[in-house]
Design a protein around this ligand. Structure first.
Ligand SMILES: CC(C)(COP(=O)(O)OP(=O)(O)OC[C@H]1O[C@@H](n2cnc3c(N)ncnc32)[C@H](O)[C@@H]1OP(=O)(O)O)[C@@H](O)C(=O)NCCC(=O)NCCS
Length: 141
């Protein structure tokens, strides 16, 4: 993750996410190599919300629509579980993530000062899902 993000980030994805959220998370493989992943879940406390905690695509697989397909697949999972919003956050310096979420149709709010504690500002993304949404998403490769 640190290589893919270009900065120390992997402490944000402890094992508990893989052990307890794999049903609603996705991996994309290229042979025996990881090409991309999405860690997401249906909020246990906010019944209409789904949340994407992390998503990443290997540098040599970027720009080909893989992250879009992972997100579309997650949206389909969320709609099937009667969720109407998808939320995610990122760091204000992550221009690529802001551009990607904007391209995916998320509303972009922030930087929200102190979102994750003192001096930890975050950009907040939100997308409204239509119950009739039909993405036609194909399987991640
Ligand atoms: C952000 C990231 C997941 C995008 O993955 P990707 O597979 O290259 O994205 P896609 O090819 O599916 O792009 C989907 C759309 O977002 C846009 N987009 C993606 N990355 C972009 C960037 N860095 N700058 C501008 N636009 C970008 C694409 O142009 C595309 O728009 P379009 O469909 O309207 O043409 C990838 O760059 C990455 O893993 N970055 C490091 C990790 C990270 O920051 N993750 C963010 C979420 S935690």
């Amino acid at each position: 993750m640190d290589d893919w993000w270009g900065r120390p980030i992997r402490s944000g994805l402890p094992r508990l996410f893989l052990d307890h959220f794999h049903r609603t998370s996705l991996v994309a493989e290229d042979g025996d190599r990881l090409a991309g992943f999405l860690i997401g879940f249906m909020s246990p406390s906010v019944p209409d919300a789904a949340y994407i905690h992390f998503a990443g695509v290997a540098p040599d697989h970027r720009g080909g629509g893989l992250a879009r397909r992972l997100y579309q697949r997650f949206f389909d999972l969320a709609v099937a579980e009667h969720r109407t919003t998808v939320k995610a956050i990122t760091s204000p310096q992550n221009r690529g993530s802001i551009a990607f979420h904007t391209a995916m149709g998320f509303t972009v709010t922030g930087p929200v000062s102190g979102y994750d504690g003192p001096a930890v500002d975050r950009i907040v993304f939100q997308l409204r899902l239509s119950p009739r949404r039909k993405t036609g998403a194909t399987s991640p490769e």
